[in-house]
Design a binder for this molecule. Structure first.
Ligand SMILES: Cc1ncc(COP(=O)(O)O)c(C=O)c1O
Length: 493
C-alpha cells in the first residue's frame, strides 16, 4: 500500500472543504502516475484512520472522484482508479520536474534573459534597502477609508465595471493639477495614461519607440531594469557617462555624429544608482539635441517629490515645447511600492498607442484604488503626505550621513545626496560586497551586495544604502550591525 499518511495531507484551516482536499490529492496521485488505472484505493475505514479524518468525509471524497470520472466502484470489491484512464507515465514529484525533458514549445523561455524577477522584500527584520519609502508613513487608513466609502456609494458601483485603459479620468485630472502646481507641467487628461508604477511606463515607451537595431542612449551606470526593458525591445544601448551633473550631454552630442539614436533615457532626479541630479544647463542642452536630432526623451522622474536642499529643478517635460519628452512618474515610489499606481504623459497620439498596447496585457488598473487616490489628491492628503515624508526623510538622510561620516570613514566615501532615498557609497577595494552582504545577513541585517548597480560597462565597488525606511533607532542599530560586519576579518578579501 502507498504511504497515504504522507501522500494525503489535509489542512483543517483551509477554505477548501476536507473531502475536496482529499479528492484533489487523489487526482494529483493519478495524474502524476503514482496511482495507475485499476489500482485500488484504500478502504474508507483504513484511510480515515491513516489520515485522521471522519470516514464519512472519505466516502464523500470517493463519491466525488467517481462523479468526476477518476475512479469507479466495483461491487463487493471496492473503489479503483478508473480502468479506462490512459496510462500516465510516472512523473517525479514537483521539485524534480525541472529535470523533465523540456517541451520545445517553451524553448523561447529558455532563451529569454530579462532582469531577474523581483524578489519579495516583504520580510521583517532590519534591512538597509536600495532606497525605498517608509510604508509606515503612508496614510493607508485614509486611502482605504476613501476606497471603502467610494465602493459603497451608488455611483461607486460603476467603478467595478470595466473602465478606461487609460485609467481613471478623475485621477488623471487630479495628477495633472498636481503636476501643474508642483512642477509647471501642464498636461490634459488626454496626455496622460495611468500605469501600474513607472516600470509599466518604461516598458510601454520602449515598445512604442524602439525597434530592433535602434539605439537608445542610457547612462554608463543605469537603472538595470530599464536597460533590460530596452534590450527586450531589441534596441542596442549607447552608454553615456554620468558625472556629478547627470548624463554628460556633451559626450552624447559627439556620439550622435556617428550613431543615430531613437531615444534617451534619463533619471534626472536622482540618477539610479548614483543619486546625482541633472543640471539645468544639461537639461536644456538635451532638449535642444532632441529637437535637432529628432529623438525622444524618456524622463523617469520617479524621485521628484523627494528633493531636500533646494527646490527641485523643473522636469525637461515642463520646458519642452516640441513634444519630444515622455514623462514618467510613480505613486508607488512615494506612497507604497505594493500599491501599483503611476503615470506617463506624452503627446496624445503616443498616449493613445500606449493605452492600446497596455490593453494587450492589462485591460486596466484598479479603478477604485485610482479613484481613492484621486480623492486623496483633491483633499490635499497626498501633498501633506509628501511634505511630511520630505521632512522626515531629510532628518533621516542627515543622521544616516552623519553616522557614515563618523563610523565608516575608513571604509567608504560618499556625497550627501540632494534628494532621493539612498546614499551612493563607494567602498574601499578590500571590502568584498558580496561577502559583506552574506555576513551581514548572518548578523541579522539585510543589505544588498551592489550587483544591481553594475553592468557590462560600469563596475565599481559601490552600492546604494537606503536610509528612508529606517526610523532613528532602527538606523542606529542597522548601521552598528553593518559596522560590526565590516570589522569582521572575513568581510575582506
Ligand atoms: C529609476 C527607477 N525607475 C523606475 C522604478 C520602478 O518603480 P515603480 O515601482 O514605480 O514601477 C524604479 C524602482 O526601483 C527605479 O529605481
Amino acid at each position: 500500500m502507498l504511504p497515504y499518511k504522507s501522500l494525503i495531507q489535509v489542512d483543517r484551516k483551509a477554505a477548501v472543504t476536507l473531502y475536496i482536499q482529499v479528492c484533489n490529492q487523489f487526482i494529483a496521485l493519478i495524474t502524476n502516475g503514482t496511482m495507475r488505472p485499476s489500482d485500488a484505493l484504500p478502504s474508507s475505514r483504513v484511510l480515515s484512520e491513516l489520515i485522521g479524518i471522519n470516514r464519512h468525509t472519505v466516502r464523500l471524497a470517493y463519491e466525488e472522484l467517481i462523479s468526476q470520472g477518476w475512479a469507479e466502484s466495483i461491487e463487493r470489491k471496492g473503489i479503483f482508479v478508473l480502468s479506462k484512464l490512459p496510462i500516465l507515465s510516472k512523473n517525479k514529484l514537483p521539485e524534480s520536474n525541472r529535470d523533465a525533458r523540456p517541451n520545445e514549445a517553451f524553448a523561447w523561455t529558455n532563451r529569454f534573459k530579462g532582469a531577474a524577477p523581483g524578489e519579495s522584500l516583504q520580510r521583517s527584520g532590519l534591512a538597509i534597502d536600495d532606497g525605498f519609502p517608509d510604508v509606515r508613513l503612508a496614510p493607508v487608513d485614509q486611502l482605504m477609508r476613501e476606497y471603502r466609502s467610494i465602493s459603497r456609494r451608488h455611483y461607486g458601483k460603476n467603478f467595478l465595471k470595466y473602465g478606461s485603459t487609460k485609467g481613471s479620468e478623475h485621477l488623471r485630472a487630479s495628477i495633472s493639477g498636481y503636476l501643474s502646481q508642483t512642477r509647471g507641467l501642464v498636461v490634459s487628461t488626454e496626455n496622460m495614461l495611468i500605469t501600474k508604477g513607472s516600470q509599466m511606463g518604461i516598458y510601454l515607451a520602449s515598445q512604442l519607440l524602439l525597434e530592433p537595431s535602434d539605439h537608445i542612449a542610457v547612462g554608463m551606470s543605469n537603472y538595470k531594469t530599464a536597460d533590460e526593458t530596452f534590450r527586450h525591445a531589441g534596441a542596442s544601448l549607447l552608454r553615456i557617462p554620468v558625472d556629478h551633473n547627470g548624463m554628460d550631454v556633451d559626450y552624447l552630442e559627439k556620439a550622435l555624429v556617428s550613431t543615430k539614436i531613437k531615444a534617451v533615457y534619463i533619471i534626472p532626479h536622482h540618477h539610479c544608482p548614483t543619486t546625482v541630479t541633472m543640471s539645468v544647463e544639461r537639461r536644456l542642452k538635451l532638449l535642444d539635441l532632441a529637437k535637432a536630432h529628432r529623438f525622444a526623451i524618456i524622463e523617469d522622474d520617479y524621485d521628484f517629490d523627494f528633493h531636500y536642499d533646494n527646490k527641485p529643478y523643473l522636469p525637461l517635460a515642463s520646458i519642452d515645447h516640441n513634444q519630444n519628452v515622455i514623462y514618467i512618474g510613480s505613486i508607488s515610489k512615494t506612497f507604497a511600492p505594493a500599491l501599483r499606481v503611476g503615470f506617463m504623459t506624452g503627446p496624445p497620439t503616443f498616449i493613445e498607442a500606449a493605452a492600446s498596447l497596455r490593453l494587450l496585457i492589462d485591460r486596466q488598473g484598479d479603478t477604485l484604488l485610482e479613484e481613492a487616490f484621486a480623492v486623496m489628491y483633491d483633499t490635499g492628503e497626498m501633498e501633506r503626505h509628501f511634505r511630511k515624508s520630505l521632512r522626515i526623510y531629510k532628518q533621516r538622510r542627515n543622521l544616516f550621513c552623519q553616522i557614515l561620516q563618523s563610523d565608516f570613514n575608513d571604509v567608504l566615501d560618499f556625497k550627501v545626496p540632494e534628494g532621493g532615498l539612498a546614499v551612493w557609497t563607494n567602498f574601499v577595494a578590500e571590502i568584498d560586497l558580496v561577502k559583506l552582504s552574506v555576513d551581514a545577513f548572518k548578523n541579522g541585517l539585510y543589505v544588498g551586495n551592489g550587483s544591481f548597480g553594475r553592468n557590462e560597462s560600469f563596475s565599481t565597488n559601490a552600492m546604494r544604502l537606503g536610509f528612508a525606511s529606517l526610523e532613528e533607532k532602527e538606523m542606529v542599530e542597522a548601521l552598528s550591525l553593518l559596522k560590526k560586519t565590516v570589522q569582521q576579518p572575513h568581510s575582506t578579501h
